[in-house]
Design a binder for this molecule. Structure first.
Ligand code: NDP
Length: 476
């Protein structure tokens, strides 16, 4: 893409990670073979094979659940302060191995090293530190109970592999539960590195078990009769399947599903700051973000000014090698996801919206999609309704705050929203009316372990993070 001046390549070294040719399952503190057919995980930026990974059959999942059940007796009986020591130790090892984890995440997922290094991995460590602090203070959390639930079955997606693992495992362990976790098929490597970290931290065997595989393995985890709690992050479609599988059992369930967030820019907003927030809102992590600001609602009076500024800014973004420290936009995670982004974007064009991307050369190998902006979007267009989960922004306009609220809430989802204005009173007025679990004001995609996260409507239920995140893992 056009740049003010060219940057010399600044690649992070791959040598800081040692990727083995093949990986097994992590059950009862040991790496073991899986009974299913192994699958390969690739680098989406080059399509190069990174490793073979074991597939857990339902018998393997059963062994993992049994290990977790056995470990539950020991782990839940430890005083909170003792559990905290393990969690603090894990947090510190994550910090010590931060560079290795960041490179591994970028290789397996395609996200820019700048993001895995500065956002994902520091937040992962922060989550473990935060929940380590709660482990001996559960009685003061005011939740009405301190008893853990038992064995937690957790299934996570590929967009923030290690961070979603931390969101699930840190609170579960702090409360005294044990865990069987299935990472996504396209991004299993950092979860397996985490298994190694558990060993390094001397975590008692069976407290954390990692079972790799596809949707069937996930279904075996969710459906296992001896699992007491199910936590899922992923698509609304699979969330529905899981809700059906859990219905009628006494398993506790939290679902964190899709989104189609409105990022709302008022005419009194600081335009340059808002444009940075729009870019961060939808192009961070290639738009593979459930709370991405994929619908820009801009007040009609500043529409042209904001769009012009946005186009100028997008022309300076650098797309390419995820391991280059100057890269802003990395690779799309998989061929399937690329096909989905392409087909939804083509649909947007055929429905009559105008498509724009900056001049941008895409690498020959790997999965790439340029940052894309659609203008002239109507609320009925599929690009204004469906989660694209890619670097695609749909722009709509509004005239009054009431109209902004109506349009923002006109979605089956309700995960997040953004407001850009210099008036504090307007922020509060809007935040009161927006049906979204998280509302950011003059910022976007800001995460903190102390802050709860979760949705309304088809974005799921339950909260992760903060004090609220403990509730999902306690018998209250
Ligand atoms: P899925 O919801 O299919 O995957 C999430 C996790 O669930 C993965 O670990 C997956 O395994 C597993 N899984 C799949 N089927 C089942 C099942 N029946 N029972 C239990 N677990 C299951 O998302 P995809 O990765 O397939 O992406 C599809 C679309 O979902 C994307 O295009 C995007 O729009 C949306 N998405 C939204 C996310 C969000 O956070 N809001 C996150 C990821 C995707 P496996 O990886 O092996 O299939």
């Amino acid at each position: 893409m056009m740049a003010i001046f060219e940057y010399a390549p600044a690649p992070e070294s791959r040598d800081v990670v040692d990727i083995k040719p093949s990986y097994g399952l992590f059950i009862n503190g040991e790496f073991a073979d899986g009974s299913g057919t192994p699958f390969k995980t690739i680098n989406p930026a080059t399509e190069e094979k990174l490793a073979e990974v074991a597939t857990a059959s339902s018998d393997d999942v059963d062994r993992a659940v049994q290990a977790a059940r056995k470990a539950f007796g020991v782990w839940s009986a430890l005083p909170g302060a003792e559990r905290a020591k393990y969690l603090f130790r894990i947090a510190r090892i994550i910090q010590e191995r931060a560079r290795e984890l960041a490179v591994l995440e970028s290789l397996d997922n395609g996200k820019p090293i700048r993001e895995s290094r500065d956002v994902d991995v520091p937040l992962v460590a922060a989550h473990f530190f935060y929940y380590a602090g709660w482990a001996d203070k559960l009685a003061y959390a005011g939740l009405g109970g301190t008893r853990p639930l038992g064995v937690a079955g957790q299934v996570i997606p590929w967009n923030f592999p290690l961070l979603m693992l931390a969101w699930k495992i840190a609170p579960a362990l702090a409360c005294g539960n044990t865990v069987v976790l299935k990472p996504a098929e396209t991004t299993p490597l950092t979860a397996l590195a985490f298994a190694d970290i558990c060993r390094q931290a001397d975590l008692p065997p069976g407290v954390v078990n990692i079972v790799t595989g596809a949707g069937e393995t996930g279904a075996a985890v969710v459906g296992h009769p001896d699992v007491n709690k199910v936590a899922f992050t992923g698509s609304t479609e699979v969330g529905r399947i899981i809700a059906r599988a859990v219905a009628g059992t006494d398993k506790k369930l939290t679902l964190e599903l899709g989104g189609k967030a409105a990022n709302i820019v008022f005419e009194d907003a600081a335009v340059d700051q808002a444009v940075e927030g729009i870019v961060n809102g939808i192009f961070f992590n290639q738009g593979h973000v459930c709370c991405a600001g994929s619908r820009l609602l801009v007040q009609e009076s500043v529409h042209e000014e904001v769009l012009e500024s946005l186009r100028r800014r997008l022309s300076t973004l650098r797309l390419g090698d995820p391991l280059d420290k100057n890269t802003d936009i990395g690779a799309i995670n998989s061929a399937e996801q690329l096909a989905k982004i392409r087909s939804l974007s083509d649909l947007g064009e055929s429905e009559g919206a105008q498509r724009w991307s900056p001049a941008c050369e895409l690498p020959d190998k790997g999965f790439w999609f340029p940052p894309t902006v659609f203008t002239g979007v109507a609320q009925s267009h599929s690009i204004a309704r469906d989660e694209i989960f890619g670097p695609v922004l749909s722009v709509l306009t509004f005239r009054t705050p009431a109209e902004a609220v109506e349009k923002a809430n006109n979605t089956p989802y309700g995960l997040s929203a953004g407001i850009w204005t210099e008036k504090g009173s307007r922020i509060l007025w809007m935040a009161d009316r927006l049906r979204a679990g998280v509302v950011w004001a003059n910022t976007f995609n800001k995460f903190d372990p102390a802050s709860p996260f979760g949705g309304y409507k088809e974005s799921g239920y339950g909260r992760e993070g903060g004090l609220h995140g403990l509730e999902a893992y306690l018998d209250v």
